[in-house]
Design a binder for this molecule. Sequence first.
Ligand SMILES: Cc1cc2nc3c(=O)[nH]c(=O)nc-3n(C[C@H](O)[C@H](O)[C@H](O)COP(=O)(O)O)c2cc1C
Length: 210
Amino acid sequence: MTKTNTFEITGAVASRDLFSLPPPAADKGVPLMAALKERRSARTFSEEPVTDQQLSELLWAANGISSSPETHEDKGLRTAPSAKNHQEIELYVFLPSGIYLYDTLNNQLALIRDGDHRSSAGRQPFFEEAPLSVCLVADFSKMGNYLEKKRAFFSGLDAGYVSQNIYLYCASEGLATVACGMINRKLLHPLLKLEDAKAMLSHPVGVRKI
Ligand SMILES: Cc1cc2nc3c(=O)[nH]c(=O)nc-3n(C[C@H](O)[C@H](O)[C@H](O)COP(=O)(O)O)c2cc1C
């Protein structure tokens, strides 16, 4: 499998509407027990970029489709479980060139908003330093007829699984991350053009600054 390190996506290039991500490599990484031991929250980020390949793998590990096309029914099954298989957790990626929505089925990033909004992904100053952040959004429109309280409860649980997947991929890849619930939803919701949805957590991701 060829490793793309072109930084076409993760670099500060002029934004395009659609980026195809390189295929994620499913046959790599440290043993699960080692990743669990290494998992830690980190809050300092160097200027070193995350590669396009790592971004693809990060998103797939977080909540990508893991069932084979032959066996999966209509929408497939994901690396993270979700209540009633609602699959309501969407991933928004903050890069220097713009904010993108991860299209899981097509392994693509679709532009939501142009420009560098990384500092808006969270309230803490390290969001400005991290080369990218992933915001986990619960799309309530995918939760069928669940009442509000049930939506809030189950989407909170479902976001937790995705967050742990991000932590474990980062631990395996030697990247730094931290789950952040302290985010500015009043700012984020219009920025991400959200309706009937809630920003749950943001994860800055990068190489740890020592
Ligand atoms: C739901 C959730 C929300 C969190 N929110 C923040 C946050 O807003 N800012 C932050 O710096 N850390 C945040 N953390 C990280 C915790 O502070 C961290 O997990 C805890 O101190 C334990 O450290 P460890 O993750 O290295 O084991 C959050 C963790 C979780 C699970």
